[in-house]
Design a protein around this ligand. Structure first.
Ligand code: AHN
Ligand code: ZN
Length: 319
């Protein structure tokens, strides 16, 4: 009887929670976003193997990204640069920019990084710590969501211009055990922010996606985003809430993260926020597979990709 009582109580609590944050109201129409398609785009990237600077997998995935973007965007730019990494090496890097409705002056940037980390320095097993990672979540998830967003915007032209930006060379920062002063993360974003694909380019604002594919991900309000573009954070989080995605987009402060958006905010003439999975309990602040060999396609949940994709499409529709 006690057990049954507890079960009923639990179910009641669960229902209350759902009705306030999860179940869309009858009037809410979710924008079309095919989470299976987004998932297939994530898998297509990880199928190349780790997209580490200087490797054939990296080059082949880059070619595929440009081709795929061309199917959905009016203009695609491949911006080549030299990535000078913390270990004294130099690699060819490429940022891809896909423009939708390039004639429109009011523009929104949607971004993610497409390279993957050369070493799993946070793996619990020391033997794995030099292994390059698939970066299914750390990299490919954001790109997969944005390719499907581009696909949907191609079917249904937005009222604003949209630029989809895939940054290279985000994740070649020093290992956790190394201490190398300098700005070694976000090399592609630093290059683009200082050298935009069009001279004098600017946008209303930008939204960066990073690690948007874990099951039941939680997106807290990242603190550089709040410092630099609080009104954009509020707009995105309240849009997600209105769609019934309040369980994912939580109105709570997240980490302080030196991600690609940090460099855009430092060097470009507009501000960018970061939608990034935050897990205060994991020890790293990110999800438990972060920078481990377990950041692979098995870890990706289509529902999370769908939540992020529909939120972005609704934000754009509201502009
Ligand atoms: C650091 O924690 C130094 N950078 C977070 C940026 C990052 C790495 N995003 C994905 N991988
Ligand atoms: Zn990373």
């Amino acid at each position: 009887m006690v057990l049954l009582g507890a079960a009923v109580l639990f179910a009641a609590c669960d229902r209350t929670k759902k009705s306030t944050t999860e179940t869309p109201k009858a009037t809410v129409v979710l924008p079309a976003f095919d989470h299976d398609s987004a998932y297939a785009y994530v898998k297509a990237q990880t199928d190349f193997g780790p997209r580490v600077l200087g490797t054939e997998a990296h080059e082949r995935c880059g070619d595929w990204l440009a081709t795929t973007l061309r199917a959905f965007c009016d203009t695609v730019y491949s911006q080549h640069f030299t990535a000078k990494t913390y270990d004294g090496k130099q690699y060819p890097g490429t940022n891809f920019i896909g423009s939708i409705a390039p004639e429109k002056s009011k523009r929104i940037v949607l971004a993610a990084h497409w390279d993957s980390r050369p070493f799993a320095d946070h793996d619990p097993l020391p033997a794995n710590r030099e292994t390059p990672i698939d970066g299914a979540n750390d990299g490919a998830s954001g790109v997969g969501v944005l390719l499907e967003v581009a696909h949907q915007l191609h079917e249904n032209q937005p009222n604003v211009g949209v630029d989809i930006v895939f940054f290279d060379a985000e994740d070649y920062g020093p290992r956790e055990s190394e201490h190398v002063p300098g700005d070694w993360w976000g090399l592609g974003a630093q290059h683009w922010a200082k050298n935009p694909h069009i001279e004098g380019y600017t946008a209303e604002y930008g939204i960066l996606l990073d690690m948007v594919g874990s099951p039941n991900a939680q997106f807290m309000q990242e603190q550089f985003s709040m410092r630099d573009a609080q009104e954009v954070v509020r707009k995105v989080w309240s849009t997600a809430y209105d769609l019934g995605h309040g369980q994912y987009f939580q109105n709570k402060p997240g980490g302080v993260i030196t991600d690609d958006h940090y460099y855009v905010n430092k060097y470009a003439p507009f501000k960018m926020i970061d939608i990034i999975h935050y897990d205060a309990a994991s020890g790293t602040g990110f999800d438990p597979v972060w920078h481990t060999v377990n950041d692979n396609i098995q870890h990706i949940d289509r529902n999370t990709l769908g939540v992020v994709g529909t939120t972005l499409l609704q934000v754009i529709k509201n502009e």
